[in-house]
Design a protein around this ligand. Structure first.
Ligand SMILES: *[C@@H]1O[C@H](CO)[C@@H](O)[C@H](O)[C@H]1NC(C)=O
Ligand SMILES: *[C@@H]1O[C@H](CO)[C@@H](O)[C@H](O)[C@H]1NC(C)=O
Ligand SMILES: *[C@@H]1O[C@H](CO)[C@@H](O)[C@H](O)[C@H]1NC(C)=O
Ligand SMILES: CC(=O)N[C@H]1CO[C@H](CO)[C@@H](O)[C@@H]1O
Ligand SMILES: [Ca+2]
Ligand SMILES: [Ca+2]
Length: 576
């Protein structure tokens, strides 16, 4: 109820507001785009993308209709996990540039109307962070900043059987402090102790620092890992139970993570971070600052990320349903169920979001097939709410095979030549493909930090700009469609029309109705839309077609006999 009331209050403000204030809730139908800075654009020829590179390409973000971009970490880091091991949260790593470069990026982005969101990594720091160094030294201020334990029954055995996400024990012995420290990820990523109020305050100060510099919000990394179960009276933790389906004792999946993920305290942290942003909204005015949270968790848990009746949570708890739970065989019923799972369970006033990729997940074209790239982008952009695109998906980049020798991702490197392909995230992190020239226009240098995709001469921005129904141009047309009032504010009806065809109807009183049809498989399908959706006109007009279509934009069709080619996806509109 509280959320609803607050939501209504916000709405009232929007409706009664004029000028700058009118944009307060800018994020509700926004297009978000994730930049992986190492691989976006290199400005100085060292083969690694950087802030000046992003600045050079800001107009591209505008071209494809991005409202806000979230940047994977650009903070100082020994790069054991490519920036997710932060040594100083308020300092820019020289590899990416300087604070001045970042400030220049903020001001140019503001000028052209693209918001900048930073990645916030609350679970851990680098072991090279000054806090950790002082904690190791038992400095009274920092002693309890991390999670330390002398070993089981004061023996030299690790305190629990817990396994880290990157394989092996979650505990590493520190000689100097003569104790184990906890790390849910890499040994160079010690976990912060969220039971320590000083830690919470220090992390909140990080948010305050960047918001005052002008960032629009944060993507919060690895949220389910923030809290571990509370220790017992003797300071000991329980072991986690076995997952009988996995035999490799070093593998993260060997155990069921009932004590190290999705603990109740996690939500408090999210609510507290949002509280900080709300304070900053009050202090600074203007557009609302947003919190995007990353969590792979059951839907009932994810819904609590939005908040409860007394506390607000993240405006955008990332929805990975369409990453985690679909595959090449999924039917229209499967898609519909997953979409409804989110839409029907959201708290009142919540806004849906759809995430189709990130720097940890196989790309759309590889995961679901290259012949479904447009179809998936069309779904992403026509579902109600917020869309999140990972860089390169708009041009149809696919995973790049990388040899064991060239593998650099710790999740791959910490395994072995037989296993790494299943674990490595390098294939989705390769340099962005700008054109068909030297190194795909990514760098002027001779090397790139990861190999470039071999298909860059065919799959690149420059070439796709010139092809009417290229992935890029479909994406751009979708952005125009998203700008319509129906797409921004209208209702949605999502349903399977047959085993193979998913339908999405978007409608708003007094506006044109849109019907999106996605033929997920390889049969030619003929649809009678009148039996699926009500209140359509007898004739409809094609407003978006793909390279698979035999019809053209502007063509008309009777609602009772619509043919769809294999894997074809179209958008129709009612005729006034
Ligand atoms: C981070 O860097 C800033 C600016 O260089 C410095 O003032 C601050 O003490 C550093 N913080 C940590 C935790 O090292
Ligand atoms: C540690 O202590 C517990 C309880 O006192 C006991 O059950 C367990 O066997 C001990 N473990 C080791 C390794 O000594
Ligand atoms: C909402 O969450 C906060 C923080 O976890 C908690 O203190 C409060 O009791 C919760 N409210 C309800 C009604 O569950
Ligand atoms: C999707 C995502 O951001 N995943 C990150 C989660 O956190 C770990 C450790 O910080 C990173 O390695 C992942 O890339
Ligand atoms: Ca560079
Ligand atoms: Ca933790």
């Amino acid at each position: 109820m509280g959320i609803l009331l607050r939501f209504l209050a916000v709405l009232t403000v929007i409706i009664s507001a004029t000028g700058a204030d009118a944009n307060k809730a800018w994020w509700k139908s926004a297009t978000f785009y994730q930049i992986y800075p190492r691989s976006f654009k290199d400005s100085d020829g060292d083969g690694i993308g950087d802030i000046k590179g992003i600045m050079q390409q800001l107009s591209y973000l505008k071209e494809i209709g991005v409202d806000a971009t979230w940047l994977s970490p650009i903070f100082t880091s020994p790069m054991a996990d490519f920036g997710y091991d932060v040594s100083n949260f308020t300092e820019i790593d020289p590899m990416f540039g300087t604070l001045e470069d970042f400030e220049a990026l903020l001001s140019k982005a503001k000028e052209i109307g693209v918001k900048i969101i930073l990645d916030f990594v609350p679970n851990h720091t680098s072991d090279e962070c000054e806090w950790f160094i002082k904690s190791v030294q038992n400095d009274p201020e920092y002693r309890d900043f991390y999670i330390w334990h002398p070993g089981k029954n004061n023996s030299l055995a690790p305190p629990t059987n817990w396994i880290s996400v990157f394989r092996g024990s979650m505990w590493t012995w520190n000689e100097q402090r003569q104790a184990y420290y906890l790390h849910q990820f890499h040994a160079k990523q010690p976990d912060l102790n969220y039971d320590n109020p000083k830690v919470r305050e220090a992390m909140k100060n990080v948010l305050r620092y960047w918001v005052r510099k002008g960032v629009a919000g944060f993507r919060v990394d690895a949220v389910p890992h923030i809290y571990e179960v509370a220790a017992d009276a003797d300071g000991n933790w329980p072991d986690e139970p076995r997952n009988p389906n996995v035999q490799d004792a070093e593998d993260y999946e060997y155990l069921q993570h009932i004590y190290t993920t999705n603990q109740p305290g996690t939500l408090d942290v999210v609510y507290e971070l949002r509280e900080v942003l709300k304070e900053l909204d009050e202090e600074l005015g203007g557009d609302e600052h947003v919190l995007l949270s990353e969590a792979y968790a059951p839907i009932s848990t994810l819904m609590l990320y939005y908040g409860n009746s007394t506390a607000d949570g993240a405006q955008i708890p990332f929805n990975f349903e369409l990453i985690s739970n679909v595959n090449k065989d999924s039917t229209a019923y499967d898609y519909s169920n997953l979409i409804h799972n989110w839409l029907d369970n959201m708290p009142a006033g919540g806004v849906a979001n759809w995430v189709l990729g990130n720097h940890d997940q196989s790309r759309i074209g590889t995961r679901l097939g290259e012949d479904r790239i447009d179809l998936i982008n069309i779904m992403l952009k026509t579902l109600p709410g917020i869309s999140v695109t990972y860089q390169g998906e708009e041009i149809g980049m696919t995973d790049v095979w990388i040899s064991w020798e060239e593998t650099v991702d710790p999740q791959g490197c910490q395994s072995n030549p037989d296993e790494y392909e299943r674990l490595t995230r390098d294939p989705v992190r390769t340099p962005f493909q700008w054109n068909d020239e030297h190194k795909a226009g990514f760098t002027e240098g001779e090397k790139t930090w990861l190999p470039l995709a071999e298909d860059y001469k065919l799959v690149n921005v420059k070439r796709e700009r010139g092809i009417a129904n290229s992935h890029l141009n479909i994406y751009k047309q979708l952005q125009l469609l998203r700008a319509t009032q129906t797409m921004r504010e209208g209702d949605a009806e999502v349903k399977p029309i047959s085993e193979n065809v998913l339908g999405i109807k978007r409608f708003l009183n007094g506006e044109r109705t849109y019907v999106v049809l996605l033929n997920l498989h390889d049969d030619v399908e003929t649809i009678n839309l009148n039996s699926a959706f009500s209140e359509l006109t007898s004739e409809l007009e094609y407003v978006l077609v793909t390279a698979k279509s035999i019809r053209r934009k502007g063509d008309k069709v009777y609602a009772d006999t619509i043919a769809l080619m294999p894997k074809e996806a179209i958008v129709l509109a009612t005729i006034a």
